[in-house]
Write a protein that binds this ligand. Structure first.
Ligand code: NCD
Ligand code: ZN
Length: 398
């Protein structure tokens, strides 16, 4: 498969120039100006050509909750959002604890073949917080373990899991929420468990990734951990950057105060935030009415982040590309996320000029649960290319 994108503004974490990119056999083969090839050509004039996005934190709900999302609808939503690789959480039914369940997900993902799917295994069997025996049976396909949706309550269980994770070169993704405190104070619950998991990572030497960091204090502890050389990385979500608590919307962790948001943005600018991850958490209308926490985030991540972070002048598009493409690819060990010869030909074409309103009726996700419905944004994914194949094209794209 060959494709040539011409005359676009080529932007990744370290470049910004007008030019052409040629993909051959799924790989970025040539980068330059005035390239001529006898293959499919896309005129990128007036648009940005960037590496596709990589999401370290998505819920596709299969098996078990496919009325909320399934691997096909989740993959389509990812493509529409400009993503070509996602890391799926394990809170399915059955829970992704054993290779039997994980392999079924991976097989289906390969058949659909719209995005590269990595499936996390749970840290504790069935998210029950107790046994970690299944970890010994995990094969090399698994790179991350997480009880996301729940915190691992027992410090000893988490420590033991970290020892195994270190041996098997797995990264722990921590959903930092102390369930004994959460009904009293959600920030205390997040802060205590963030501190604990960093302390355990320091003790065990295990790679730790903090999911959806939302408070100033949690971020301060991560910064301190990083300064001390602890093997810790972290993500923030678009909604924790773009919203403050006056927006009432149920999500875990909750939307925080303007002071928290300002601190998270400063931490991004200072280089302490590794990635922006969506925490794509689709739910049915009924489940949402009944209080299910979460936001369907894949299809709004880029416009929300572009409008808030780049549009308001906090960071450059290069920096946003680092957070949404380069760094998550690095953490997942993928040969993607930058526009360099030899990298996988996974790219997005973006319109960063036209203002439009977010419209959930256009979502390809089954979940329309978002506080961004109707919001005016700039930054639209108009084409997603995976390994040189166009996997998504917006209707306005010529
Ligand atoms: C997530 C879900 O619905 O699975 N919900 C949420 O509010 N974030 C779980 C999670 O990531 O915590
Ligand atoms: Zn979580």
């Amino acid at each position: 498969m060959e494709i040539l994108i011409k005359n676009a503004r080529v932007v990744d974490s370290s470049q910004d120039f007008i030019g052409d990119v040629y993909i051959n056999s799924g790989i970025i083969y040539e980068i330059g100006k005035k390239l001529e090839k006898d293959c499919e050509v896309i005129d990128g004039e007036g648009y940005i050509l960037a590496p596709s996005f990589i999401d370290l934190h998505s819920h596709f709900r299969e098996p078990g909750y496919t009325y909320k999302e399934d691997i096909l609808s989740g993959s389509k939503a990812a493509s529409r959002g400009g993503y070509t690789a996602v890391n799926l959480m394990a809170n399915t039914k059955p829970v992704c604890s054993r290779m039997e369940t994980i392999n079924k997900v991976l097989k289906k993902a390969r058949e659909i073949n719209l995005v590269d799917i990595h499936q996390c295994a749970s840290i504790t069997e069935n998210l029950w917080g107790e046994s970690i025996d299944h970890l010994y049976e995990l094969t090399n396909e698994v790179k991350f373990i997480s009880d996301d949706g729940k915190g691992v309550a027992s410090s000893r269980v988490m420590l033991d899991a970290m020892v195994v994770a270190r041996e098997k070169n797995l990264t722990i993704i921590s959903h930092a929420e102390n369930e004994q405190l959460v009904d009293l104070d959600t920030r205390l619950a997040e802060n205590m468990m963030t501190w604990r998991d960093i302390a355990l990572s320091k003790f065990t030497g295990c790679k730790l990734h903090l999911a959806h960091v939302s408070t100033k204090e949690a971020m301060q502890d991560i910064i301190e951990g990083k300064k001390q050389g602890v093997r810790v990385t972290c993500e923030v979500t678009p909604h924790h950057l773009a919203l403050t608590e006056e927006t009432v919307y149920r999500v875990n962790p909750p939307i925080r105060s303007p002071e928290d948001v300002a601190f998270l943005i400063e931490a991004i600018k200072d280089g302490f935030v590794d990635t922006i991850s969506t925490d794509h958490a689709p739910h049915s209308i009924e489940d949402k009415i009944n209080g299910a926490p979460g936001i369907s985030g894949l299809e709004t991540a880029f416009p929300v982040c572009f409008t808030k972070l780049v549009g308001e002048g906090h960071i450059t598009l290069n920096k946003l590309s680092e957070l949404m493409s380069k760094n998550p690819a690095k953490i997942m060990g993928l040969n993607k996320g930058e526009i360099k010869i030899g990298y996988e030909g996974d790219l997005v074409i973006l319109d960063t000029k036209t203002k439009y309103n977010i419209d959930t009726s256009e979502f390809l996700s089954k979940g329309g649960n978002t506080p961004f419905e109707g919001k005016t944004v700039t930054g639209k994914v108009i084409c997603t290319i995976k390994a040189g194949n166009v996997v998504y094209k917006d209707k306005i794209f010529r």
